[in-house]
Design a protein around this ligand. Sequence first.
Ligand code: ATP
Length: 950
Amino acid sequence: MREPPPAASGVEDASGPASGAVPWHALSTERAFERLESGPSGLADEQARERLSRHGPNVLERQKGEGPLKLLWRQVNSPFIWVLIVSAVLAVVMGKVTDGLVVAAVVVLNTLIGFVQEFRAGKAIEALSRMVPQNATVVRAGHKRAVPAAELVPGDVVEIAAGDKVPADMRLVGSRNLQVEEAALTGESVPAAKQPSVVAEDAELGDRTSVVFGGTLVTSGVGQAVVIATGGATELGRISEMLSEATDLQTPLTKALASIAKVITVAILVVSVLLLGVGLWRGYDLSEAVVVAITLAVAAIPEGLPAIVTIALAIGVQRMAARRAVIRKLPAVETLGSTTVICSDKTGTLTRNEMTVQALWTPTGRYTVTGVGYAPRGELRRDGPALSESLLPDDAKELLLAGALCNDAALEGGDGDWRMTGDPTEGALVVAAEKAGLRVEESRARFTRVDAIPFESENQFMATLHDDGREGRVLLLKGAPEVVLARCELDGVVSREDVLEEVERLARRGMRVLAVASRQVPEAKDQLALEDVGGGLELLGLQGMMDPPREEAIEAVRACHEAGIVVKMITGDHLATAEAIGAKLGLQEPGMPGVAGAKLGALDDTQLAHVAESTNVFARVAPEHKLRLVRALQGRGHVVAMTGDGVNDAPALKQANIGVAMGITGTAVSKEAADIVLTDDNFASIAAAVEEGRRVYDNLIKSLAFVLPTNLGLALILLCGVAFFPIQDIGGKAVPLMAMLPTQLLWINLVATVSLALPLAFEAREPDVMRRRPRRPDAPVLSHFVVMRTGLVALLMAAGAIGLFLWEYSRELPAVGHARALAEAQTMAVNTVISFQIFYMVMCRTLTGSVRKVGLFSNPTVFMGIGALVLLQLAFMYVPFMRRIFGTAPLSLEAIGLSVLVGAVVLPAVGLEKWLRGRKDGGPVQRPRAREREDEDHTPPPGRRERLPA
Ligand code: ATP
C-alpha cells in the first residue's frame, strides 16, 4: 500500500483544515502514531497541554435550534396577532388613528416580550445539554484516566467500549468485536464492524473500517484508538448542518393551547361580526360599529397566554435541573406530571452501589466478613477468631484470590482515605481479599493477565486468563451463580442443589451473590474465546455482598405511593436478592414474590400485561424484557417512566413515555435515547422531577384560570354596552355609551393581565401536590373546572365594572357634563376590573383551599407584579400623557376606594366556589379518591392494597 510522505509537522496536519488530506485509514498503526508523534502509551501531560492550547477544545459549535428570525416570525404568526394586526389597519382606515396605533404598539410589544422570553427559555434549555458532560478514557504517559472529552487532543490514545459515544475522529490501534453505529454521520443505522487493519486509500467514509468518527456510537465490543482530529476538524464538525440539535419549544400542551387559541379566535371573530350587526341595527355609525367589533376582538383574545406557557415550562426545566433531572426533551416536563408508573433499576439508583462482601462460601465452609465500605478494615471469621492469610484454609484463599484477579477494580489510598476505581461489585471483591490479608496488587503482578472477556450484563460473567507462574495458564470465571454453575463440573462433595440452596440463603438476606470458578489451561494460550469458558470449570465458591438501599430512595418511594404512582424495580440481580431489597425499599410486602425475566419471556401479551401490572419486582431482566414491560404497561393505560443505563436499554427508553438515563454510570447511547438524564443517578431525583412536573402543570392551569375570565369579562362588558346602553345624540351624531374605550381594554388585557399572570408561573408547589392521583394524560386543558371558573369570575367582573360605571356616570353627569363624566366612569370601570384582577390573582395562587396553604409570602414575584401594576395604574390615571392616550380621568380617593371594595367581592365568591368544589369532588385535579370511585379511574390505586396479592 502506498503511503503519503510524512508532513513537515505531522500533528499540525492532523487536525488542521487539511486533515482530510491524510488518509489515516490507509496508514498502518505505526505510521499513524509516528505522524501524530504519539505511541501506545499516549502523550505526556505536558504534550497534551501544549496541543490543547494549539488545537483548542474538542467541542463542536452547535447550531441554534431555531434562528432568531424564525422565532420572531413564530411570535407574529399566531391567530391572535393576525386579528390584532387586521384590527389596527381597520381602525386606521376608519379614521381612528390613535386606536389603531395603540393596537399596533401592543402587537409590537407583545411580539417582543414573547420573543425575548422564548429566546431566553430556548437558551436555558440549550445550556442544559451541556450539563451532562462527556468523559473519555485516555491513556496519558502510560496511565489510564478519565478526562472530559473536550480536553482530547490529536495524538491522545483513547479507549472506547460498548455504550460510549466516540469522542473524536480516531485511528483504531486495537479492537475486540468492535461495532459502531454511524447514523449521525452516514445515516446508516446498522452498526458497522471496525478493526485496525489498513483499508484502501480511496475507501468511502462508510467503508473506512480502521477509523472511528466522533459523534458515532459504540454498540458493542471494545477498542483502542489514537485521536486524529478533534472539534470542528472532525468529519462531523464539517457537516455542521447535521448538528442542528433543535430545541423544540413545542409540547403537547402548547399544541393543545394553540388549537384552543384557534377556536377562541374564530369564536371571537364570529361574535365580533354579530356585534357589528347589533350595533348597526341599533343605529350606530358604521365607523363606531366597526371600532366596537375590533375592540371586542382586542379585548377577548388572550394574547399573553403563549408567552406565559413557554415561561412556565422553562421555569420547570430549570427547577428540575436544580433537582438533578436534566430535561432533554421539553414535552417530558408535562408528561412527568402524569406519570403513573416508574420502573427503576436497582443498583445505584435505588441502592447506594456501595457493595461490601459479607459472606463467603466454599465447599468446605462458611465465613463472615465484617466491616463496611472500601476501607479494607474488617475481618474474616469462621465460628471464632479472625482469620489472617496464614490461618485461612486454602480453598477460601483461592476463592478470594480468584475474585480479586478476575477483576478490573483497584483500591487506592490508605489510612482512612480509601478510594475505589472501577465497578463497585468488583471493588467489593478486592476489599474482601485485602481484609483477609491477601496483597491484591502483588498477586496481580505475579499472575499476570494474558487476556479477558469483560463483563457484560447479557453474559452475566467475566473471564480472565492468567499466567499461572509455571508453564501453563489459569482461566478464572466469575459471575451470576446460575451462569457459572452451568459451566462447572462438581466433584461430588457438594451437589448443584446444595450450591443453589446456599445462593438462595444469601440472596434472601438481600445479598448479591457471585460464584467464582477456575480451570487450569495446560497450553500457553494467549487468547480467550467464549468457547473456552463453556464448561469443565471447578467451582471455587460464592461471595455474597450487600448493597444497602439509599435512604432517600426509601423516602421517595413512599412519596410516589402517596402520589398514586407505582414504583417497580427492574434488576439484573437474582430474584431472591431483588425481593429482599424490594421489601426493604417498601416496594412490596416482605415475602411477596417477584418475577424473573425468564418467566416473562414465556408469557403471551395478555398474561404479560397482567403480570406487569400486579408485580413490583422484576429480577434477571434482560433489555428486551424491559421493552415488553413498557409496552404492556402502556397497553393498560399507564404513563411509564423507565430508567436504563446500557446500550441495549435504548429501545425501552425510547418506548417509555419518559426515558430516564443515568448521568454518571449511564452509557452515551442510553443518554441519547432518554428524555431526561439524572445527574446523580438517584431514584429520588425522578420523584423530584415528577413533583416539579406536577407543579408546572398546576401553574399553567392557574395562569389559564386567571387569564381566561378576564378576557371573557371584558367581552361581556362590551357586549352588554352595545346591546343595552343608550345611544346619545351628541352634536347630531349618534354616539353609543361605552363602558371602556378600546385602548383601555387593551391596557387591561395586556399590561394588567401579563403582569399578574406571569407571577403565577413562578408559584411554589402546593403542599399536597404529591398527595393527589396523577393527572390523566388525556384530560382536556380546558377542564370543567377552568370553564366553570371562567364563567363565574367573568360574570362577577362584568357586573361590578358595569355597575360602577353606570353609578359614577350618573352621579357625575349633572355636575361635570357628558365628556368628563364618561372619562371618569370609564376610568372607574377599568379600575374596578384591575382591582378585581389583583384579588382574583391572589385567589388563583392555589387551585383548592386557601392561599394560606401555599404561604402568603412564598412567591415574592406576586408582590412585584402587584406593585408594578399599582404604579402603572396610578400613571394611567394621573399622568397627563397617559390620560391623553387612554382617555382617562383622575379619580377621587373615595371612588378608588369603592372600586377596590367592589373588586374584593371576588374573595368570598371564589372562596365559596373552592369550598363547594372541595366538598363535591376533591378539586380540579383528581385527589385520592374513596374506594368506591376507584373503578372510574384509569390508574390503579396506590399504596398497600395495590401491592398485596389479591
Ligand atoms: P440493576 O439492573 O439493578 O442495575 P445491574 O445492572 O447491576 O442491576 P447487572 O450488572 O446486569 O445488574 O448484573 C447482573 C448479574 O451479573 C449480577 O447479579 C451478578 O451476578 C453478575 N455481575 C454483576 N457484575 C459483575 C461483574 N463485574 N463480574 C461478573 N459478574 C457480575
